[in-house]
Design a protein around this ligand. Structure first.
Ligand code: HEC
Length: 109
């Protein structure tokens, strides 16, 4: 590849990649922010280690057998009549799904 072409390809890749990542799953920096939110905000009710507090345990064992899409919906919409608030202002559906996947896999303290 000639040098100007190679440079153009690099610029295009840098310009396109973050957007592509955002549409599918959160990118690296956003993943960090989401895990921070999980520990700080979700942890306030579900416990610092997510083993339960005011809200139930969000550890893999507690979530096993529960549908990931249902759980993501709970995160987005909250559970009316309970302290579980809706997060759809802060989180996109993709981000809620990503968080539920992390929870089911076990994010650790
Ligand atoms: C103000 C307290 C509070 C905060 C903050 C909170 N939750 Fe909850 N959450 C609850 C309570 C209470 C319930 C259980 C409600 C019920 O069913 O009675 C719950 C339920 C859930 C459930 C359903 C669990 C199950 O086993 O069905 C999920 C998933 C969940 N929360 C995830 C989150 C996530 C992710 C966050 C942060 C983005 C979060 N919660 C923040 C209080 C909270």
């Amino acid at each position: 590849m000639r040098e100007p072409t190679r440079r153009l390809a690099a610029v295009l890749a840098a310009a396109c990649l973050p957007g592509a990542a955002l549409a599918a799953a959160p990118d690296g920096a956003r993943q960090e922010a989401l895990l921070h939110l999980l520990r700080q905000d979700c942890g306030a009710c579900h416990g610092m280690t997510l083993k339960g507090g005011l809200g139930p345990s969000l550890l893999p064992g507690a979530l096993a057998g529960k549908d990931a899409a249902d759980l993501a919906l709970v995160v987005l919409e909250g559970l009316p009549g309970t302290p579980m608030p809706p997060w759809k202002v802060e989180l996109s559906p993709e981000e809620a799904a990503w968080l539920v996947d992390r929870l089911k896999a076990g994010v650790g303290p």
